[in-house]
Design a protein around this ligand. Sequence first.
Ligand code: 5GP
Ligand code: MG
Length: 180
Amino acid sequence: MDQNARDLEILLDAGRIEARVRELASQISNDYRGLTPHLVGVLKGAWVFMADLIRQLSVDASVDFLGIQSYGPNTNSSGEVKITKDLDVSIAGRHVLVVEDILDTGHTYHYLEGVLAAHHPASLRLVTLLDKTSRRVIPVRANYVGFEIPNVFVVGYGLDYNQMYRRLPDVRILALAPSS
Ligand code: 5GP
Ligand code: MG
């Protein structure tokens, strides 16, 4: 699948993403007023979103990253999740806000939620830029959602296909996802 990036249909353009990220940041800043949330970004897809989000927050926030792999080189979720980079600092007693690029089947966040909750954070919430609710297998919900999107495989704004397309400023549709 070597489609030229410019031929891919735009689902969300950079301007729309920027405006929505600003709204999410304002909501999060209000909810965490007086607290210092600890943002845990899920590598690698979420780092572009996280970089934009943190710059729009009006509360101070600390940052850590968790590396996970939930997909192989194809676009189907195996339901298997592997931690490739652990947290650097303890989250015990912290107000943890997990930052995800996209919620799909829910397998990844369901697994992460269990791992993180076991370390006794003061609170644990999730912000995801994109949410494919129609694909959900495990009923997980995000506290903050940027955009609900249909069942299509998207790339850009940090999201990849085989490490390609992360650099694109818009979210584009790569191909129709299989109907499973
Ligand atoms: P879940 O475990 O919820 O099925 O999948 C979550 C992960 O699958 C996301 O963090 C992301 O890495 C990957 N994923 C799911 N849908 C898409 C998509 O449309 N595009 C890309 N690039 N990754 C996706
Ligand atoms: Mg992800």
